[in-house]
Design a protein around this ligand. Structure first.
Ligand SMILES: *[C@@H]1O[C@H](CO)[C@@H](O)[C@H](O)[C@H]1NC(C)=O
Ligand SMILES: *[C@@H]1O[C@H](CO)[C@@H](O)[C@H](O)[C@H]1NC(C)=O
Ligand SMILES: *[C@@H]1O[C@H](CO)[C@@H](O)[C@H](O)[C@H]1NC(C)=O
Ligand SMILES: *[C@@H]1O[C@H](CO)[C@@H](O)[C@H](O)[C@H]1NC(C)=O
Length: 354
């Protein structure tokens, strides 16, 4: 009887199983979830294979300064696998991405428009300058497939710097830089009277003393002395040379943050800074009704040790990372290669605000 019962249960279980499978199959068919065999044909399989190298061809050296691409650069320096950086133009036919740095294009270097462009190859437009210094881009309609810039909405974003979370364990609480000799400092080489930043400086200097360094005042600071100089100031004027979307340079990341002075920033709107820098780590000029108000605020803050020190609290959680090496910027193409849009053509870079 036990045996008979077991048999019965088994048959009913099998029936249930079969029914279940039929249902699943039906669902699959309805939803189009069945394997699409076309998707696994050998040629797409090759592209998809994770061990394949992505080849990035740098068409000309940025600013005419060559650097070494010997060895597996992206892996050796940045632990980014399957990325081959090359500069030999003869490798054009096998390049997945060809990178053109804008400065050289504005200086008359030609695009290889006469070469047959392999299917799937992307041409990348790379620039770290603000739009003011990008020159006439209208002639590059329908040529580029991707952008490499500091902007957050670029295909590959390479900021001048960023903050990375710190491993909290084992790190002593950050010291707030002491030994300040100046209230506000500014390092300026390229002074232009008509720049908005020059006007803000002049107005600020009326309310509070601003110590000025750089070529303009014939007190240039050698790069080795830059951060120690800035560290002796309560505040550092991280004023950008042009006001444009996301254009936040090493003036914030290196000079102010690494120098140990609280940055007073002027450049893109407050929102652009808030997107990349922690609250209470900088002071934006736009937060004040007038430059005079800003000056008063700085003076009061420097006198209130506790409140001033709060501007350094971010250092317990974040560490500054600078981007200075073109190789790192280009290796980043590989780490994001698989999430690039399958097809994209920039009809007009200027229209995108570049
Ligand atoms: C990928 O490129 C690196 C760097 O050039 C090279 O060392 C490696 O052999 C290449 N691997 C393949 C599978 O082609
Ligand atoms: C403070 O700064 C002065 C220069 O202004 C320097 O001579 C002195 O060594 C510094 N002291 C400390 C503790 O860093
Ligand atoms: C800044 O202020 C100081 C003293 O308040 C003054 O001597 C100097 O001329 C001012 N600089 C400019 C460029 O106005
Ligand atoms: C890149 O741009 C070219 C020129 O407009 C275009 O023919 C090609 O299809 C684009 N490739 C990709 C991958 O978007």
């Amino acid at each position: 009887m036990g045996c008979h019962n077991t048999k019965k249960t088994l048959i009913s279980a099998l029936k249930k199983c079969l029914l279940f499978f039929l249902c699943v199959l039906l669902l699959c068919l309805l939803n189009g979830w069945l394997p699409d065999f076309q998707a696994i044909n050998p040629s797409t399989f090759g592209n998809w294979s994770s061990s394949r190298n992505v080849t990035i061809l740098l068409w000309h050296w940025p600013f005419g300064r060559p650097f070494s691409l010997r060895g597996d650069v992206c892996w050796d320096l940045y632990r980014i696998p399957h990325c081959r950086l090359v500069d030999q133009r003869s490798l054009f036919p096998s390049a997945d991405v060809v990178v053109f740095h804008n400065r050289e294009l504005t200086q008359g270097q030609k695009l290889p428009l006469d070469l047959p462009r392999p299917q799937g190859q992307r041409w990348a437009w790379m620039s770290l300058e603000s739009p003011l210094y990008n020159g006439n881009l209208h002639k590059y309609r329908n040529i580029f497939n991707m952008t490499i810039t500091y902007r957050r909405d670029a295909d590959i974003t390479i900021p001048y710097g960023e903050l990375l979370p710190k491993e909290t364990e084992g790190h002593p609480v950050e010291e707030v830089p002491q030994n300040k000799s100046f209230l506000v400092c500014w390092v300026i080489s390229n002074y232009r009277r008509q720049h908005k930043r020059s006007q803000v400086y002049k107005e600020l200097n009326v309310t509070v003393p601003v110590k000025v360094y750089g070529r303009w005042t014939k007190t240039p600071v050698p790069s080795s002395a830059l951060l120690p100089t800035i560290s002796r100031c309560y505040f550092y004027l991280a004023f950008e040379n042009s006001v444009s979307k996301d254009y936040i340079t090493e003036k914030l990341w290196r000079n102010a943050y690494q120098g140990g002075a609280v940055p007073v920033v002027m450049g893109p709107p407050l929102g652009d800074y808030k997107a990349v820098a922690p609250p209470n780590s900088f002071i934006h000029v736009d937060e004040f009704e007038s430059v005079k108000d800003l000056g008063k605020y700085l003076q009061q803050l420097a006198e209130d040790k506790k409140r001033y020190n709060e501007y350094f609290a971010w250092k317990n959680q974040w560490k500054v990372k600078l981007y200075t090496d073109w190789r790192e910027r280009m290796c980043k193409i590989c780490s994001q290669y698989n999430s690039l849009p399958q097809h994209r053509v920039y009809s007009d870079l200027k229209a995108y605000g570049y």
